[in-house]
Design a protein around this ligand. Structure first.
Ligand code: CA
Length: 245
């Protein structure tokens, strides 16, 4: 069973969410502050996080940034902030999805499913089907499907969020070809949740910060104005020798 952490300071809303999600088959822990949320994540047992932005101790965006400095586990924002700027700030800081309060709990469940599907559950889904052993290599970098992360030329594992991984996998699987934003949205399975137009651009800028020496003059993910993006370096495909961890 998946262990879900709710970081939400309103007691009523937190217990309601916990009760609902427990009946949906999650193990649920709830905390009322950012610091306690981070401590729970440090325990290493959390699979997915619901994060409220208005918290008493730390702003939710700050909590999100600190989560991302630790781990790439899926984070879904639940907030009463409705402005596009807030959604973009959350996506930019590494959120996987954003749900404006009040929401129908059925929509929450549906989005959680999407986020968890994107995040892989890769061990169940791809064991033995070859995809899990796939690796894409370019300029010393390795995009590794078994662990859904990126290994830098000096062998440091760079954690990627589920959306970042899927987007980079789509780009690097079609090297030197131009891919439209629509095509890339399909690749990250966002279409069904009515994406905001800039989703792909925000994810690309996040990937560039992780991948490019100078993110203003990208060598790998190149913008094709008015159309989309192109992965601008040759890629070799390999099968992992070490296998699934
Ligand atoms: Ca709140």
């Amino acid at each position: 069973m998946r262990h879900l952490l709710v970081i939400e300071d309103e007691d009523f809303s937190r217990s309601l969410l916990a009760a609902y999600l427990e009946t949906g088959g999650f193990i649920v822990s709830g905390v009322g502050s950012g610091e306690r949320g981070l401590a729970a994540i440090d325990s290493g047992k959390i699979d997915v996080v619901l994060l409220d932005l208005g918290l008493p101790d730390l702003d939710g965006i700050e909590v999100l940034k600190r989560i991302r400095a630790r781990t790439a586990i899926p984070v879904l924002i639940i907030s009463n902030r409705e402005r596009v700027e807030d959604r973009l700030a959350a996506l930019e800081a590494g959120a996987d999805d954003f749900l404006v309060k009040p929401f129908d709990p059925r929509e929450l469940t549906a989005r959680l499913k999407v986020v968890l599907r994107r995040s892989g559950s890769s061990t169940q889904r791809s064991e033995g089907d070859g995809e899990a052993l796939r690796e894409l290599r370019f300029e010393g970098w390795t995009l590794r499907f078994s662990t859904r992360d990126l290994i830098s030329p000096d062998q440091v594992a760079v954690p990627l969020t589920p959306s970042e991984f899927n987007l980079l996998a789509a780009l690097a699987s079609a090297p030197l070809r131009v891919l439209s934003r629509e095509k890339l949205l399909d690749a990250i399975a966002r279409k069904e949740d009515a994406p905001i137009d800039r989703t792909i651009d925000v994810l690309v800028s996040r990937l560039r910060r992780k991948l490019e020496a100078d993110s203003r003059r990208p060598q790998f993910i190149v913008t094709v104005p008015g159309f989309g993006y192109r992965f601008a370096t040759p890629v070799t495909e390999a099968m992992s020798a070490t296998g699934v961890r």
